[in-house]
Design a protein around this ligand. Structure first.
Ligand code: NAD
Length: 503
């Protein structure tokens, strides 16, 4: 697929691009600088969830492929062509890769949309995020200095930062290429060899990225892509004695398994970005409730609710609750799902049948548990897997829809009467990824912000952020941080050097 076709603007433009793209999909793994079938010859089927159409049979790697890739990654790391290249040299290659991604952004966005069902305009936004992430880390890596420790004259204490070695990045499907960039950009910039394991539900953009990385000049074995299932190739990477770091984004359940695999193998570093059930607190003193309601709806319905930081628990002060929920329902009405290739669609299709059934199962459970269904609740007619914005009021902490991560367009509304109750409800969760807070009272904002157990707090916005600010969670939402220069800390270690001097 070429990017010289005219810039797509309409649904028909995107459809035409999709047709030409489908004829030339890369479906093989990228190992040791070659596109290859899985050693076993196995494949997995990728399906467009908006249409049910089979897109491709993609190589399904397993432990044999993982072993070959890990050996290649280790060779590459040890020979130093990348790991010991000057930071400025690595920067030049990564900037070339960013430029290639920019040149192919429509194609990459389309791959994610076809693979996992999100609206194409949203995928284009992800490309801007992914490219920006790569540029940020490329640009920062040659501006970081080591440290000289404050010793006496009889010694020189140096603190050096060094790459870890072989990093396995295991990523989810909800923002396929953007989650990938958040992991691989700092890992590569720091000098590691990276093996990427995309989700079995969205492998296509990662495979295209492999060819762009090759074109950009990443040396052999420094970046490899192994599509396949988590329980197979993912587990093999996690148990490998020669992988130094697992950089994971995905569910809390799998995150816990990865920690066990690390313990069973070589105690590799495990950096986790996991699930969430994020509270969004709305106090009665807000000025513009219409605007807040639009943001509250967007916080959960963006990306079909398949967002780790989805504002899935809406906590509203009871004095404005009825009025506010009405406004949320009005906002949600305008966020219906539609054809992902239509630039006007706000939501797309659920990623696959399993996720679709899971979300519908939670909706049934919400009704059974006694929450009040205020909108949505029923899937749209097929063939695509579309679920409309669904709002439950009168949710309590004991209900599954109020506690568990649904990862779909389902909003749970709670009421509160006091600031203390709002904080207690917000913190009553296994998760601690994000929280929102809407108020005009600066004293309250700072009081509540400090009390929220959350990796990030959005004040009078939802999910406004950029590459300069760390992203990650506390409690069972994970450890460590993506984005910003702090993410480099996840992919490097300190080496202390003590030189004894004769003063
Ligand atoms: P998942 O945990 O099912 O899968 C994530 C990745 O792990 C996939 O590549 C999968 O193949 C792999 N995997 C599964 N089992 C494995 C195993 N036993 N060993 C090794 N690898 C294995 O998650 P998902 O359904 O792809 O993504 C949704 C989840 O991701 C949600 O919980 C969401 O909150 C979370 N998420 C978190 C963030 C964040 O930054 N905190 C961002 C996006 C998504």
């Amino acid at each position: 697929m070429t990017e010289h076709l005219r810039i797509p603007q309409t649904r028909d433009d995107w459809q035409a691009r999709a047709e030409s793209l489908k004829a030339s999909l890369e479906t093989r793994a990228y190992i040791d600088e070659a596109f290859v079938d899985a050693e076993s010859g196995a494949t997995l089927t990728t399906i467009n969830p908006a249409t049910g159409e089979v897109l491709a049979e993609v190589a399904s790697c397993d432990a044999a492929d993982a072993e070959i890739a890990v050996a290649a990654a280790r060779r590459a790391f040890d020979d130093g062509e990348w790991s010991r290249r000057s930071p400025g040299g690595r920067k030049a290659v990564l900037l070339r890769l960013a430029n290639l991604m920019e040149a192919h952004k429509h194609e990459l966005a389309l791959l994610d949309t076809l693979d996992m069902g999100k609206p194409v305009n949203s995928s284009l936004g992800d490309m801007a995020g992914a490219i920006g992430c790569l540029r940020h880390h490329a640009e920062s890596i040659d501006k970081l200095y080591g440290e000289v420790a404050p010793t006496g004259d009889n010694a020189l204490g140096l603190v050096l930062r060094e790459p870890l070695g072989v990093v396995a990045s295991i990523v989810p499907w909800n923002f396929p290429l953007m989650m990938t960039a958040w992991k691989i950009a700092p890992a590569l910039a720091a000098g590691n060899s990276v093996i990427l394991k995309p989700s079995e539900k969205s492998p296509l953009s990662a495979l295209r990225l492999a060819s762009l990385a090759h074109e950009a000049g990443l040396p052999r074995g420094v970046f490899q892509v192994l599509p396949g299932f988590g329980h197979s190739v993912g587990k093999a990477l996690a148990l490998s004695m020669d992988v130094d770091c697992l950089a994971f984004t995905g569910s809390t359940g799998v995150g816990k398994q990865l920690m066990q695999y690390a313990g069973q193998s070589n105690l590799k570093k495990v950096f986790l970005e996991c699930g969430g059930k994020s509270p969004n607190l709305v106090f009665a003193d807000c000025k513009d409730l219409d605007k807040v309601a639009e943001h509250a709806a967007g916080a959960i319905f963006h990306n079909q609710g398949e967002v780790c930081i989805a504002g899935s628990r809406l906590l509203v002060e009871n004095s404005i609750r009825e009025t506010f929920v009405e406004k949320v329902l009005t906002a949600a009405e305008a966020m219906q799902p539609g054809d992902p290739l239509d630039p006007e669609s706000f939501m797309g299709a659920m990623v696959d049948q399993a996720q679709y059934e899971r979300v519908l199962g939670y909706i049934r459970r919400g009704v059974e548990e006694g929450a009040t269904l205020r909108s949505g609740g029923k899937a749209l007619d097929g063939p695509g897997l579309f679920i409309p914005p669904t709002v439950f009021d009168d949710v309590t902490e004991t209900m599954a829809i109020g506690r568990e991560e649904i990862f779909g367009p389902v909003l749970a509304v709670f009421g509160f009467d006091s600031e203390d109750e709002a904080v207690r409800l917000a913190n009553d969760s296994d998760y601690g990824l994000a929280a929102g807070l809407w108020s005009q009272d600066i004293d309250r904002i700072m009081r509540v912000t400090r009390k929220l157990r959350s990796g990030q707090v959005f004040v009078n916005n939802w999910a406004d952020m950029d590459q300069t600010v760390p992203f990650g969670g506390v409690k069972q939402s994970g450890n460590g941080r993506d984005k910003s220069h702090h993410s480099l800390e996840e992919y490097s270690d300190l080496k202390s050097v003590w030189m004894t001097l004769v003063p």
